[in-house]
Design a protein around this ligand. Structure first.
Ligand code: ATP
Length: 299
């Protein structure tokens, strides 16, 4: 098949997003072998090719139309868009859908003991970062001036070796900051992974593949967030238990063999819902509560 009929998706070759991206594509039913060193991996059961590249190359490949789709962190996407706009290059893309992995924040962190009195304390300081455009935008919005030194890794050691006063880097748990004697003082950008698409219209065959793929991606994400909950409830408490269930989900009520006083209640809900209502369910006399993962969910 020609490149006009095979959908090309860019994903991170190796790193924090690569395992989740690969798992998502596999759960969507794509058969792919990315265990070798090849840049381009063919999906064997659908007309899709996977281009495995560095994260920072993904937005440009999609914006330039080299790849039809890309899976990338919003931080990399926004930084690239700002940088390309600054350079007068094409920076348009479509954010097809947000994905539920790659959660992190871009934050400013200062050495422990720094006397932080709000954003103005950062005025005139120098920061080590991989994200100068996002940092600049933040500084502009806050009316302060900052300098930066561009580093692509080990950003957190910069203050210790005298390269910078502070850092502007990605944080998820904060453990790396703590280990390096740094304290987070400002969150400047929240990020998750996104599926992006080239701004130019896709050829009809490619659009057809995307129309098949997108509901599968959404189904996999929905399933990841949802749980199948089963419990036993007193028969005379069915209406109270049902009232606790999330609005759009109608619970299934089933009889229990040999028990006139109890019924089984099955419902699909988020795990958060479960934890938030567990005490109330217990108080109503519910027991034998089972929470199970859901593989896929299509509406
Ligand atoms: P590459 O090595 O592919 O050029 P990278 O250096 O950004 O890219 P990773 O460190 O694997 O590679 O990060 C990839 C993406 O993972 C980040 O851009 C971000 O969107 C997301 N991410 C999630 N949590 C974190 C975190 N704690 N630190 C860094 N990135 C994170």
């Amino acid at each position: 098949m020609t490149t006009e009929t095979r959908l090309r998706i860019a994903m991170q070759k190796s790193g924090r997003l690569s395992d989740d991206t690969q798992a998502l594509l596999k759960r969507c039913g794509l058969k792919l072998n990315v265990s070798d060193r090849r840049l381009l991996a063919h999906v064997t059961n659908m007309p899709i090719d996977i281009m495995r590249v560095r994260s920072s190359d993904i937005p440009g490949l999609v914006m330039d139309g080299v790849c039809d789709l890309g899976i990338v962190g919003d931080n990399t996407l926004e930084e690239t868009a700002l940088e390309r706009e600054r350079m007068g290059n094409k920076s348009s893309y479509i954010r097809t859908t947000g994905l539920n992995f790659g959660d992190c924040r871009l934050s400013i962190a200062m050495p422990e003991g720094f006397n932080y009195q709000g954003v103005k304390s950062l005025d005139g300081l120098r920061f080590a970062t991989t994200y100068p455009q996002l940092l600049n935008r933040f500084a502009r919005d806050k009316g302060i001036n900052v300098e930066f030194c561009l580093l692509n890794g080990s950003v957190e050691v910069a203050p210790r070796v005298g390269l910078a006063d502070g850092i502007c880097d990605l944080v998820s748990t904060g453990a790396t900051l703590e280990a390096n004697g740094l304290v987070e003082v400002e969150e400047i950008f929240h990020s998750k992974a996104s599926l992006i698409q080239t701004a130019s219209p896709l050829s009809a065959p490619k659009q057809k593949i995307l129309d098949t793929l997108l509901p599968r991606i959404q189904g996999v994400m929905k399933a990841k967030e949802s749980k199948y909950i089963m419990l036993h409830a007193p028969k005379d408490k069915i209406s109270e238990v049902s009232a606790l269930m999330p609005g759009k989900e109608t619970p299934t009520i089933l009889p229990l063999a040999g028990r006139d006083d109890l019924v089984a209640v099955h419902v699909v809900a988020t795990e958060t819902f479960f934890w938030e209502t567990m005490e109330e369910l217990n108080a109503l006399g519910c027991n034998s509560i089972l929470v199970m993962p859901i593989e896929k969910m299509m509406s």
